[in-house]
Design a binder for this molecule. Structure first.
Ligand code: NAP
Length: 461
């Protein structure tokens, strides 16, 4: 029997393991989900919404278990208290717009015709979730999918193997029928076999570009709808009129929070030459304040990376950049807890350029490169010089200038004077290799349902 294991970054030991489900049993689970879906969809919308929110509330009651469990699984310091703020905000927001988002689009209602487009649930939705924000990334799809009348099967990352199990437990304890929301422990082979067997009506995959490719390959020819939310290399651009302190604060937080393991974390920063020196100096001071250490210690502000293999990628990118002329500004002596493994000191690199992997490939760690620019045109060219496109963070007091620059950018979201945040009222989406589709907002509901047209001609006596 294959075991799926979570190796804890806290001590490098197995923290949790679960047997991978054999294909035949997984297919039975899908059959149960399919059988349950029709009855679930027939329940009134407000009943489904209430049950989902009851599941969210039940999970909130588990906070004392969830927070240390997250620290053990993926290294986030307990002082940050889990992911409940974003988890609740997104759930409550999608609940508040569900009726409006799912209401029919009426084209005509006259003596002669009724013409309208209604939205129907897809059926069984498969959610494949990553470990970096394991609750928040999952709820983006789970909550609206269930509210819209789909049943959901979740397969969570090995690194956060307990998260899917716990979410389902909370929802079922709150009254969501067991077949309506199921967690399966699946290895890659079984995941691909289920997808290839047309088990699902829609798949939401959040994870790496390579993972996304595998899922697309597995789904080839099945016509299964796919939402792909993949990697990023999100830039910040600090213009000469920016509020410097606010820019440093938000961009450094965006680059390093969660040990830099955010899909929309800031990975590269372009600063107007007039502010460059001050920006770099303040950023170094900001980052030097971190306390790296055991995430279970309430004093720790920067935990280990989720796995020593992720830290190795960051170390390699930094070493490669330095060997090509980059300068590392954070003194390693400030972070004696850096153990060469999962515990990794934050880093700021200058004298970087786009010939370096560090400035092109996703780093997904607490390290950021800063480059000097002379003009908007140069910054736009550099920001677009990437195979990714999730978010861009612009720093200026001039809203029109930000909008003008935003129109030139190949990205899913344009921020001005903020970064690294998912607004549930806006569509979370990416371009290029960052993905396809979109979640949250009214459009997220549309992606989790299909249109059905009614063209009814009335017979007049
Ligand atoms: P990952 O390795 O691609 O894994 C994501 C999920 O997919 C996990 O559940 C994983 O399971 C599964 N998976 C990966 N390859 C698979 C395959 N060949 N067949 C079946 N399942 C497969 O990504 P990650 O390391 O967990 O997450 C980090 C990545 O996610 C980063 O690139 C980040 O940018 C991206 N991300 C993007 C967004 C966004 O909104 N665009 C949000 C969050 C994260 P196992 O763990 O069992 O391998």
């Amino acid at each position: 029997m294959t075991m799926i294991k979570c190796i804890s970054p806290v001590n490098g030991e197995v923290y949790a393991e679960r047997p991978a489900m054999p294909l035949e049993l997984a297919k039975q689970a899908v059959t149960h989900a399919r059988l349950a879906q029709k009855a679930w969809a027939k329940r009134p919308l407000d009943e489904r919404v209430k049950l989902v929110l009851a599941g969210v509330a039940r999970l909130n009651e588990m906070v004392d278990e969830v927070v240390p469990e997250l620290a053990w699984q993926m290294g986030r310091p307990v002082r940050y208290g889990g992911e409940f703020r974003g988890f609740n905000e997104r759930s409550n927001y999608v609940a508040s717009i569900a009726a409006d988002a799912l209401k029919p689009l009426v084209v005509e209602e006259s003596d002669r015709f009724e013409r309208r487009i209604e939205r129907e649930p897809h059926g069984v939705i498969f959610v494949i979730a990553p470990w970096n924000y394991p609750y928040m990334t999952a709820i983006n799809t789970v909550a609206p999918a269930l509210m819209a009348g789909n049943t959901v099967i979740i397969k969570h990352a090995s690194q956060t193997i307990l998260v899917g199990e716990r979410m389902v437990r909370a929802f079922v304890e709150a009254g969501v029928p067991a077949d309506v929301f199921q967690n399966l422990f699946l290895d890659h082979e079984t995941t691909a076999a289920l997808i290839a067997a047309k088990s699902f009506d829609f798949i939401n995959f959040t994870g790496s570009v390579e993972g996304g490719r595998s899922i697309e390959r597995a789904a080839a020819g099945t016509f299964t709808g796919l939402g792909l939310e993949l990697g990023g290399k999100d830039p910040g651009y600090v213009m000469e009129d920016a509020d410097l302190d606010a820019a440093v604060d938000t961009l450094m937080d965006g680059a390093t929070y969660n040990s830099g393991q955010c899909c929309c974390g800031i990975e590269r920063i372009y600063v107007h030459e007039s502010l460059y020196d001050a920006f770099v100096e303040k950023s170094v001071a900001w980052v030097s304040n971190y306390k790296l250490g055991n995430p279970l210690d309430p004093e720790t502000t920067l935990g280990p990376m989720a796995n020593k293999r992720f830290a190795a990628t960051v170390r390699n990118q930094i070493a490669d950049a330095v060997s090509r002329g980059a300068k590392a500004l954070i003194d390693p002596k400030l972070f004696p807890q850096d153990d060469g493994g999962a515990y990794l000191a934050p880093q700021i690199l200058v004298d970087v350029d786009h010939s370096m992997e560090f400035m092109r490939e996703e780093t997904f760690g607490p390290a950021v490169g800063i480059m000097k620019v002379k003009s908007d045109a140069e910054a736009i060219e550099l920001m677009n010089d990437s195979q990714y496109g999730l978010t861009v963070s612009l720093w200026t007091k001039d809203g029109e200038r930000a909008a003008r620059i935003g129109r030139e950018l190949e990205t899913g979201t344009v921020f001005m004077n903020r970064a690294d945040y998912l607004d549930p009222a806006l569509c979370w989406t990416g371009v290029k290799e960052t993905g396809r589709g979109g979640s949250l907002s009214v459009l997220g509901f549309h992606n989790l349902t299909r249109p059905k047209s009614y063209h009814l001609k009335k017979v007049t006596a």
